[in-house]
Design a protein around this ligand. Sequence first.
Ligand SMILES: Nc1nc2c(ncn2[C@@H]2O[C@H](COP(=O)(O)OP(=O)(O)OP(=O)(O)O)[C@@H](O)[C@H]2O)c(=O)[nH]1
Ligand SMILES: [Mg+2]
Length: 323
Amino acid sequence: MNPPAALVDQVLAGQRLALARLITLLENEDPAGRAALDRLFAHTGRAHIIGVTGSPGAGKSSLVNQLARSFRHPAAEVQPLTVAIIAVDPTSPFTGGALLGDRVRMRDLAGDAGVFIRSMASRGALGGLARATAAAAQALDAAGFDVILIETVGAGQAEVDIARLAHTTLVVEAPGMGDDIQAIKAGILEIADILVVNKADRPGAENTLRALRGMLENGRNSADGWQTRLVATVATEQRGIAELRAAIDAHAAHLRAGSAWAERDQARLQAELEALVQRELVARWRAGLSPADYQQTLKRLAARELSPYQALEQLLTQAERGG
Ligand SMILES: Nc1nc2c(ncn2[C@@H]2O[C@H](COP(=O)(O)OP(=O)(O)OP(=O)(O)O)[C@@H](O)[C@H]2O)c(=O)[nH]1
Ligand SMILES: [Mg+2]
């Protein structure tokens, strides 16, 4: 029996255990996972991938939970959608407290066959995590989930990479985080299709909303003509969830109306491909290089005998000779 083929069939048939196994293979960068994904890739491209990022404790998991419920239990006459949730935690190991907490917060979704929840933790480099998350999203897409919600913490490169993976990116803030507004200014606003001020029941919510509204007015109107929306929510009381859903649906409709969906899809795939190319070329370059030569070049660089560009030329020449 050819294991990738069997696994592929099981994933396409929506078998949860097979899907969980595949994601573990992908997380471990196991060649069997990659082989399975090669076959599954033709079945991807249908899911709406939604990234949810923002500062720690802002209420991302609570919102993801509420959104999943709203996709599963829509208003009458609307078809429920199936939902996969990936909680990405770059800091905690698998048994981390945050993920345990998420399981409690997402408890009411457990047992629903139309919901699949998976947490992913870093096993090393953050690049590895972003890669594994992209691969897991492809597996879930192929398995037929209509919506894939990806939760990440923070405002670093990992979030930007994961935002690049999403069709729609939500940035979640809570009131009273003065510094975070600076952080938002510094870049995360750039990636937000929808800005959510959660914990709108807390003091200072009005100020935060006003500050963000001001930034949006001066700020961008994205290249594809979407104006970032601002939504206030209280995830714990299910307030603002309908408005948030409406904003998400409006963004999806906006993307689908023109060529934006296809353009984002292509940009996503291009980013993924280029990350792979970069990694592979660096790996090949390193493999072709003698460590002694490399150390020698680094020494000459530090001694100012070579400039960085000269060092580069030397390394490239050495790699060509070696490879
Ligand atoms: N008052 C209030 N509390 C909330 C709201 N939403 C979430 N919380 C609480 O805030 C805490 C953090 O919520 P989470 O949903 O875990 O936040 P998170 O952003 O996923 O947290 P991390 O994943 O650890 O970064 C929990 O105790 C929630 O019950 C809200 O709208 N209002
Ligand atoms: Mg969380």
